[in-house]
Design a protein around this ligand. Structure first.
Ligand code: ARG
Ligand code: GLU
Length: 720
């Protein structure tokens, strides 16, 4: 009897255990995989070893990955230095080469031969040669009881020595970064190439298909890729641009697999994630979503609504504001997803549970008690104290950012301060630079749109920021305008010399002393001066002091968590733009009741979304033709063309362009986004809904080969 009951129960337990005995959360350090992750990765299906991913003795996967310009990731996919990254990562480069006659953004760009590949001054690609743990040496002089400043100063001194003494070749660089909130330090030897040329890009109707409407959204149908090539000196080493440079012969180039993925297949993503804060106390997570995200969303909501209203009525404004709208909308949408995701998964409740467990475990150990008692409480206390300052900071920066007249005034004030510091004599040379920098700003500026945004956002600022933080000078100006943002805006936009390039030029033509004396009469400058003064006098100092206390406590709390909870949880360091690996499985998800998302999209979905002539959902004629003929070559499966897929890899901004690799380390796709419901993974990863979005490598190759006919590129690649 008993046996009969026990057996099914046991089976059930086993089933539950085998269902998720792996964790997909984590952005791991590639040099530590063998100790920390290799076993789990193999258990999840990985067929290669940790040394195939990171090795200093042989070419390994990490040698194919570069930081692309410091803001994205790219990977080497041929023996001739061919690089693959996202369309939105190459966007600036593509735009700079575009003109009305040769609009590469609109029509795409394909270099038919090496001589047609286009240089991009300023763009670089950085390889990681080696990563060393230097924690011990870095912290050698740190003594208990040191103030934050003392501590940092002895560490900086050490880091300097370590950097000077690091073993490296003459053409390599050394970079040191803190990890685990400053509890550990790692040194990176890097190689940076500065001759990176544009090789190919699809038209935006493929590379940016779905644009803002589909941004952060699954199901997705974007061919978000572009291609570059690294050029080196004849000796293969980094060299400044020269037409005599040659394609880089890389230490390692990725192999491409056309096999495709099934549900639950193992995947990993290698790249340079920018910033996460996964170890905040529950109070801080609550503050992030309820207060800070909410304030920023509120400000951007208003700005976007106004832009959208004008863009729909006016073609000229639509062109001028498209990029600005996209830039503002990207994080606006992300923060909304974050707020909702934390709520939906009970993120705060789960953190509180974790903290209760932490407190209990801590209390049972006298040594930990002595080291860490009260850390979490103090941290919570400081987060409460910083809240009004942090909220003001966000209102303030969103106001200056989104009211363009205020941004212009802010830039002018900063510029005049710079001149003051460098000496009046520099004014004339510096002025030209400043004016050149302002030129693009006015090309896409509409004072009409901006004035409406000013009215709306000033009201929100006044409502959101307590008077004592906004300051007395602002109060005075506000009073002069009868506390009426319309009156304020009419004055500011009617009389300011900053509403057009011509007016600004004329104003700046005067001698420095006149400019400084006159600028007080400019209502926009005066207003921004008042706002800045209020912020500097009432907010930035306490904010910085409280933040220093928080950083200090976050560091202790991080170490405390690793000590106290180390048996129950593995800890990875927060993202800091260094090379990381994250792994997961191909899988759909359930965002809300009764809704179930599949993990693959196909070209059929592109055609379902197709709106002829629409700026987001148009489809190029050639692609429609290929679709009608089902002419997919070796890239299609069963008469269908795969486009995008999702998996539970833990990624963030900066992972754009990162390779998605299969169990053998073969390239199967290109990371470019996350699903909206899961954008909270930056503060609270939850495996149930956090998914990264990748474009299938077969779609990329299909576009290069069948759509663009650029077979010379496909021929360079190693495809299995
Ligand atoms: N959401 C992606 C990222 O955070 C893509 C942004 C670019 N695409 C866009 N439609 N704005 O960077
Ligand atoms: N689009 C992001 C980027 O540019 C990646 C998406 C994310 O934040 O995960 O890096």
């Amino acid at each position: 009897m008993l046996q009969r009951i026990v057996k099914p129960v046991l089976l059930l337990v086993l089933l539950v255990l085998t269902h998720r005995t792996y964790a997909t959360e984590g952005m791991w350090l590639p040099q530590l995989l063998s100790g920390l992750n290799e076993k789990e990765m193999k258990g999840m299906g990985m067929k290669i070893s940790a040394a195939d991913i990171y090795s200093i003795n042989k070419g390994s996967l990490k040698d194919a990955i570069v930081s692309f310009g410091g803001f994205c990731t790219a990977e080497v996919i041929s023996e001739q230095g061919l690089l693959l990254t996202n369309h939105h990562c190459g966007y600036d480069a593509i735009q700079k080469h575009s003109s009305l006659q040769n609009n590469f953004l609109e029509n795409g760009f394909w270099a038919k031969s090496a001589v047609e590949e286009l240089p991009n001054p300023g763009l670089f690609a950085t390889f990681i040669v080696r990563i060393d743990d230097i924690t011990k040496a870095a912290l050698q002089d740190v003594k208990p009881g040191m103030s934050e400043r003392e501590r940092q100063s002895v560490i900086d001194k050490r880091l300097n020595e370590i950097k000077q003494g690091a073993r490296k070749e003459s053409w390599q660089d050394v970079m040191i970064k803190p990890f685990y909130e400053g509890n550990q330090y790692f040194l990176f030897v890097t190689e940076t190439y500065h001759d990176v040329r544009l090789v190919g890009a699809p038209p935006s109707s493929i590379g940016k298909f779905g644009s803002d409407t589909d941004n952060w959204v699954w199901p997705r149908h974007t061919g978000d890729f572009s291609m570059f090539r690294i050029y080196a000196g004849k000796d293969g080493r980094p060299a400044p641009y020269s037409k005599d440079n040659v394609p880089l012969k890389p230490k390692y180039a990725l192999t491409i697999s056309l096999k495709g993925m099934k549900q639950n297949d193992f995947t990993m993503v290698l790249g340079f994630p920018g910033r996460t804060t996964e170890y905040l106390p529950s109070e801080a997570v609550k503050q992030t979503v309820d207060v800070l995200d909410a304030a920023k969303v509120e400000m951007r909501d208003a700005a976007l609504r106004i832009m959208d209203g004008y863009m729909r009525k006016n073609e000229q404004i639509k062109i001028q504001y498209a990029a600005k709208y996209a830039g503002t909308a990207n994080y606006w949408k992300k923060w909304m997803g974050e707020m909702q995701g934390v709520k939906h998964t009970n993120g705060i409740g789960k953190k509180q549970q974790y903290e209760a467990d932490y407190r209990q475990t801590l209390a049972a150990n006298p040594v930990w008690q002595q080291q860490y008692a009260g850390v979490l409480d103090s941290l919570n206390h400081y987060y409460q104290e910083i809240q009004p300052y942090a909220q003001t900071r966000d209102y303030y920066s969103e106001l200056i950012r989104n009211v363009e007249l205020f941004s212009a005034a802010d830039r002018l004030i900063t510029f005049l301060n710079d001149v003051y510091e460098k000496g009046e004599g520099q004014y004339e040379t510096m002025r030209q630079q400043f004016l050149d920098g302002m030129q693009p700003f006015y090309q896409n500026y509409s004072a009409k749109v901006d004035q409406d945004i000013c009215v709306s956002l000033t009201d929100l600022y006044v409502k959101g920021v307590p008077a004592q933080y906004a300051g007395s000078e602002f109060a005075q100006v506000w009073q002069e305008y009868n506390k009426d943002s319309r009156v304020l805006a009419e004055k500011a936009y009617g009389l300011s010399g900053l509403t057009s390039m011509d007016k600004l030029k004329a104003f700046m033509q005067q001698p420095y002393t006149t400019v400084v004396a006159q600028m007080w009469k400019d209502p926009a400058v005066r207003l921004v001066m008042a706002l800045r003064k209020g912020f500097v006098e009432n907010v930035s100092r306490p904010l910085a002091d409280l933040q220093a206390n928080i950083n200090n406590l976050q560091r202790t709390y991080m170490q405390a968590q690793m000590d106290v909870m180390g048996n129950k949880k593995r800890f990875y360091p927060d993202a800091n733009s260094t090379l990381r690996i994250t792994y997961g499985k191909v899988d759909g998800y359930t965002p809300r009741d009764a809704v179930q998302y599949d993990f693959y999209t196909y070209l059929d979905g592109v055609m379902e979304k197709y709106i002829p002539g629409d700026y987001e959902f148009d489809v190029p004629a050639k692609l429609i033709e290929l679709y009608k003929k089902k002419d997919y070559g070796r890239y299609g499966v069963n008469g269908k063309m795969p486009v995008c897929f999702i998996a539970s890899n833990h990624t963030t901004g900066g992972n754009s362009g990162s390779p998605a690799l299969d169990a053998y380390g073969h390239l199967i796709g290109l990371n470019f986004d996350r699903t909206w419901e899961g954008t909270m993974s930056d503060i609270n990863y939850d495996p149930s809904i956090c998914r990264n979005i990748m474009v299938d490598i077969r779609y990329v190759l299909f576009i290069i080969d069948k759509y663009a006919g650029c077979t010379r590129l496909v021929n360079e690649m190693k495809i299995i």
